[in-house]
Design a protein around this ligand. Structure first.
Ligand SMILES: Cc1cn([C@H]2C[C@H](O)[C@@H](COP(=O)(O)OP(=O)(O)O[C@H]3O[C@H](CO)[C@@H](O)[C@H](O)[C@H]3O)O2)c(=O)[nH]c1=O
Length: 352
């Protein structure tokens, strides 16, 4: 089996962060979202991975190749994001005539895919999808099951009136017949070749489509709230690992990487992850916070937030539920004229 991981698209719902970086590279608990997908497929014994790349192809390649993987990784250029089924079209040569798992690079699934892969393989399905009950099915592909709940009757992409609350998770298993399906569907109202339509084509043509239910948590990290939520869920599982000497007062599970200096006036209450070479002074770092490499924090309280690498936060009061990009400066200055002095990117959100 091969894997096709999707890391293209524009990530419009995550602007301004996605003006400068591909959305699947945003770190959750200091690890790019995309890495969780790569780790899951390798854990399931798949070592041939194709990664679909789009507008920021070079950036994705650089970040992925900065680490060693127990897999051959090929990058497949999609260009404009014309839909999930379009990604399969452009990956045709890479996929050949093998079964494959398609994994959306912005999805994180706590339990991984081992159990789901086994179910697909043991039941000789032509395709198998993963479903989870959600409170907001309008925002996903939704499945309607047969009366006995055994088979899938219909799949609809982002329905206004959902026939159920069973959302399609962004992980799909396919036999090569999917190539015929993606060649035979037409673009949707949003002008994309939808994977839900391709799977519906399989159902309509008598192919066997199975499904498994996700038991642990699953997150589509398409929006800032989702990234913060994924961060909380991942941090819930971390183990303490402090690689430096510090006199800071530390409670709960905390990870601190090499080269980071934290003074004795700082209080850290886990779960918290702090990267390399940070400087933290007279601060409070509260639960569910992830701090990237080379961050400076002084005289500030931060809780339930993600701070990306190279940012500097001084005398900034209390920061909560925030997603702060790379190289950001938040400083409470004393120079006249006093007041908020802002240099903010397009589509930023400030709640003061
Ligand atoms: C359209 C498109 C997307 N992508 C990447 C970007 C994202 O990492 C990922 C998902 O794309 P999005 O456009 O965000 O898809 P989204 O609206 O969340 O919906 C998809 O993912 C949902 C689950 O997350 C499913 O419930 C939906 O049925 C499915 O259509 O695939 C590509 O690499 N190429 C593309 O052409």
């Amino acid at each position: 089996m091969k894997a096709l991981i999707l890391s293209g698209g524009h990530g419009t719902r995550l602007r301004p962060l996605t003006y400068s970086q591909q959305k699947q590279l945003i770190p959750v608990a200091n690890k790019p979202v995309l890495f969780y997908a790569i780790e899951d497929v390798i854990e399931a014994g798949i070592h041939e991975i194709g990664i679909i790349v789009g507008p920021n192809a070079e950036q994705v390649k650089k970040v992925v190749m900065s680490r060693e993987w127990d897999a051959n990784i090929e990058f497949i250029y999609q260009g404009e994001p014309k839909g999930l089924a379009h990604a399969i079209l452009v990956a045709r040569d890479f996929l050949g005539d093998e079964d494959f798992v398609m994994y959306l690079g912005d999805n994180i699934l706590r339990e991984g895919i081992v159990r789901h892969k086994k179910y697909f393989e043991e039941n000789d399905f032509d395709a198998s999808i993963l479903l989870q009950e959600v409170p907001n099915p309008q925002q996903f592909g939704v499945a309607e099951l047969s009366e006995d709940g055994k088979t899938i009757k219909r799949l609809i992409e982002k329905p206004k009136v959902p026939p159920s609350n069973l959302a399609l998770v962004g992980i799909y298993f396919f036999k090569p017949v999917i190539h015929e399906a993606v060649r035979n569907i037409k673009p949707s109202w949003r002008n994309e070749l939808e994977i839900t339509d391709a799977i519906q084509w399989l159902i309509d043509h008598g192919y066997k489509v199975g499904w498994t239910k996700v038991t642990g948590w699953w997150k589509d990290t398409g929006k800032p709230e989702d990234i913060l939520d994924a961060n909380r869920l991942i941090l819930d599982d971390i183990e303490t690992d402090i690689k430096v000497n510090t006199k800071a007062r530390i409670h709960g599970r905390v990870v601190i990487d090499e080269g980071t200096e934290i003074d004795e006036n700082t209080v850290i209450k886990g779960p918290v992850v702090i990267g390399k070479n940070c400087r933290i002074k007279n601060a409070y770092i509260g639960p569910y916070t992830s701090i990237g490499d080379n961050v400076v924090i002084e005289n500030t309280e931060i809780e339930d937030s993600i701070i990306l690498e190279g940012s500097e936060i001084r005398n900034a009061g209390r920061i909560v539920e925030s997603l702060i990009g790379r190289g950001v400066k938040i400083i409470n200055g004393t120079a006249h004229p006093l007041g908020r002095k802002l240099v903010i990117g397009d589509n930023s959100r400030l709640i003061l």
